[in-house]
Design a protein around this ligand. Structure first.
Ligand code: CO
Ligand code: CO
Length: 348
């Protein structure tokens, strides 16, 4: 087959982006019987909905482990490799960890697709690992009709400095470090509805590492953090709110949305995964009557390789936001944690 194959046309379903997967599958994985002898060194496991698992090795050292892989989300194989790597590493950054090693996970139709495509995917991932300072330690590949690529990533963290999703406190300010709308844009790309400019913008958002955002947040009091991926902004925010036993408020106008995504959504391009997210989260959300249905969907739009969502102490949030922006991070303050305890979200 020629090298100009449209990679995204080979995808069935998109991926998610945290350590488990789409919500319906996640329920199956979480319903597993508990291990008979839970190890106390497993500080963060399956039950909390955090981005990565954390296992304590010594008093001041723990491992952070995560994996993610998916079908092609862009057509350029090099860019796909970059997106997959940035996305897989992100869960370590979301916990406040430092990624150190990675393993490639490859499924590729070696009899029907030119191997140069796989080489480009691996090169893209490798360059992104270099940028992150992560060593490639190995990997595994299988022959598969549908190409898939991702990585398992290991990081380190101090056991007392884990940024889980459960620490948000009333008064905290919520900061988001990348624009949303990625799922809508990706859906449009598959339908050939994006110009090259749109593809470039989408790709640059997804290939941006959360390294700077993560390293910056560690110098401030950030009480909870996660990265925004498959469950969308409101889905991941809902996990923080529930795990922290707080309510939150989002100012829809303050949420950064890729401009083209807004137009596409208004034209009816709403991916199925985004509607699923909306249906999963809506019982926990009160939307303002003034907020159009399209905007409600955008806030639930499934993201690949999204930004960090930080719940920052109110006394330090302005300084954190300023430093992030000065370092070139597309950070915005989008809301705050309020006094309730029910894991409820209001949006106006
Ligand atoms: Co995550
Ligand atoms: Co996921």
């Amino acid at each position: 087959m020629a090298n100009d194959v449209k990679l995204t046309s080979l995808s069935s379903k998109g991926g998610c982006g945290c350590k488990i997967g789409p919500a319906d599958l996640e329920n199956v994985l979480r319903s597993l019987p508990k291990q008979s002898a839970p190890n106390p060194n497993l500080l963060v496991g399956l039950d909390t909905g955090d981005d990565a698992g954390v296992y304590q090795l010594t008093n001041d050292l723990a491992l952070v482990q995560t994996t993610d892989f998916f079908t092609p989300i862009v057509d350029d194989p090099y860019d796909f490799g970059q997106v997959a790597a940035a996305n897989a590493i992100s869960d370590v950054y979301a916990m406040g960890g430092t990624p150190i090693t990675a393993l490639n996970i490859v499924a590729f139709p070696i009899t029907t697709l030119d191997e140069s495509i796989l080489t480009s995917i691996l090169r893209g991932a490798g360059d992104k690992l270099d940028e992150a300072g992560v060593s490639l330690a190995g990997g595994h590949s299988i022959d598969d009709q549908e190409p898939k690529f991702g990585l398992a990533v290991t990081g380190t963290i101090h056991p007392d400095k884990i940024h889980a999703n459960s620490g948000a406190r009333p008064g905290d300010k919520l900061i988001l470090t990348k624009p949303i709308g990625v799922g809508i844009m990706s859906s449009a790309l598959k339908k050939d509805m994006l110009t090259q400019e749109g593809i470039d913008r989408l790709t640059s958002v997804m290939t941006t590492l959360n390294k700077t955002a993560s390293e910056t947040m560690r110098n401030y009091t950030v009480n909870a953090s996660t990265d925004v991926t498959g469950f969308g902004l409101l889905g991941h925010l809902s996990e923080i709110a529930a795990a922290s036993h707080v309510d939150v408020h989002i100012d829809a106008d303050a949420v950064p949305v890729l401009p083209r995504a807004q137009q596409l959504a208004q034209a009816g391009v709403i991916p199925g995964g985004t509607k699923n997210n909306f249906n999963h989260v809506k019982e926990h959300v009160t939307f303002s009557e003034n907020l159009a249905e399209t905007d409600q969907y955008i806030l639930c739009d499934a993201v690949t390789s999204g930004g960090l969502l930080l719940s920052a102490d109110s006394s330090e949030a302005d300084a954190l936001l300023t430093e992030l922006q000065q370092k070139g991070v597309e950070a915005h303050m989008i809301g705050e944690v309020t006094d309730g305890k029910n894991g409820h979200i209001t949006v106006d």
